[in-house]
Ligand binder design. Structure first.
Ligand code: SF4
Length: 197
């Protein structure tokens, strides 16, 4: 069976939903940089900053402030800001602490952040929700998209599929990060990824 081309599905959705409102979960400014250049010309976009997986408040603020600065400088999207609530992450990863990066702990982490995005999208009357997570070559786009489509059915808000790393997306995010002088962390985010880095 051929793998699903999530990038193609995204391009189709950008056409079908042109001018509609998107709530896009962002893990950090560098990842969102390229993703926003792809979606913002087509959709009225708001970035959701919700990342309770981050290992400490200082890192959370640092990444969030870079997101705010990037949005201010580019005007690509508005921001829906969430407080740092590490207890949300701790609850869902109990028993999965020793998973390798990319394993079952990450699946739960993806779902936690995407579910918040679906919830806020529904609450705020957005037409679509999505995430920047698929720009990372280290993250399984198929798993992320399957979670997104499951949440679409649960919450009744359309999910924007993506595989942002396609068409040179990851490389482009590095170039944009350099251009805007964005802080690029060297670990995914949680204390386990920092420990294993
Ligand atoms: S490695 Fe990254 S995706 Fe996996 S649990 Fe940690 S922060 Fe979440």
């Amino acid at each position: 069976m051929n793998a699903v081309n999530y990038d193609r599905l995204m391009l189709n959705a950008l056409g079908a939903f042109a001018g509609k409102r998107l709530l896009l979960h962002s893990c950090c400014a560098p990842c969102s940089s390229y993703c926003l250049t792809e979606v913002a010309p087509h959709l009225r976009t708001t970035v959701l900053y919700y990342n309770p997986n981050l290992d400490c408040a200082e890192e959370y603020e640092k990444r969030k402030n870079e997101e705010i600065r990037f949005l201010k400088e580019t005007g690509l999207a508005d921001l829906l800001d969430c407080d740092y609530c590490p207890e949300d992450f701790e609850k869902v990863i109990v028993g999965y602490e020793n998973e390798r990066e990319g394993g079952a702990r990450c699946t739960r982490c993806f779902r936690l952040r995407l579910e918040k995005c679906a919830f806020e999208a529904k609450k705020g009357g957005f037409d679509l929700f999505g995430t920047t997570l698929t720009v990372s070559p280290l993250k399984d786009a198929e798993r992320i998209n399957e979670i997104g489509f499951a949440l679409e059915r649960e919450y009744g808000v359309s999910y924007l599929p993506s595989d942002f790393k396609k068409r040179g997306g990851y490389q482009r995010s590095i170039e944009l990060s350099k251009k805007y002088g964005l802080y690029r962390q060297n670990y995914c985010g949680c204390r386990f990824s920092k420990r294993d880095n």
